[in-house]
Design a protein. Structure first.
Ligand SMILES: [Zn+2]
Length: 217
């Protein structure tokens, strides 16, 4: 999810989303790892949880926290610090909604390809694949296994896979003049023309890496 949208959650529910925390205590520190298309679903889920959390915190005296928001194999993972039947019901409901919503644009979608990513026709990876050679498709699916949701994000940004190793996948974007390497442990490395380089872990933060005139989204 774009950084700007993630920050909306942290501003609206400051105690719930510790975006600046450390990954050893909360996975949310790696960012909300799903597409912008699920923003509305996650936002509505948090709004629905709010009265339940207020009640829970009053009863237990403990502080509720969202520990992870992630798209994994086309499923919304929303992990929280405290559970009640009602909280779990809401989370399951949001998950059902996500399973039929395009992760890119939020329109109606369905499960696609090996990644299981939910996409509408316009944003389906398989539609893009059909214009490529079979070899490219295989390369993409292998890269997808390494990069997971990150892989889909880079494809959305117009990157193509140029090389796949045992544990790394390398992407290139002509338009943005940059190369991104992902590995299966969630680390990324961005090399831009002009020799600026960025490293990180979690969601590839292209918006931070690219200067405004280099961005296309
Ligand atoms: Zn879409």
């Amino acid at each position: 999810m774009r950084k700007g949208l993630q920050e909306k959650f942290a501003r609206r529910w400051p105690g719930w989303f510790d975006l600046d925390g450390t990954p050893t205590t909360t996975w949310v520190a790696w960012g909300l790892e799903c597409g912008d298309g699920w923003f509305e679903i996650v936002w509505r889920l948090c709004s629905d949880l709010e009265p339940l959390v207020t009640e829970l915190e009053k009863e237990t005296g403990e502080r509720f926290e969202v520990l992870e928001v992630e798209e994994k194999l086309g499923t919304l993972r929303f992990h929280v610090s405290h559970h009640t039947d009602k909280i779990d019901e809401r989370i399951e409901g949001a998950g059902r909604e996500a399973s039929r919503t395009c992760t890119v644009c939020g329109k109606a979608g369905r499960r696609r390809g090996v990644s299981g990513r939910i996409a509408c026709d316009e944003h389906s990876v398989s539609a893009a694949d059909s214009q490529k050679s079979l070899a490219d498709g295989k390369l993409d699916s292998r890269a997808g296994q390494i990069g997971g949701a990150q892989h889909a994000l880079l494809l959305d940004y117009g990157f193509t896979v140029v090389k796949v190793g045992k544990d790394t996948a390398v992407y290139q974007s002509q338009r943005q003049g940059c190369q991104v390497t992902l590995d299966a442990t969630g680390h990324w490395y961005i090399k831009l023309e002009g020799q600026r380089e960025f490293r990180g872990i979690g969601v590839v933060d292209l918006e931070a890496a690219l200067s405004p005139d280099e961005r296309t989204l």
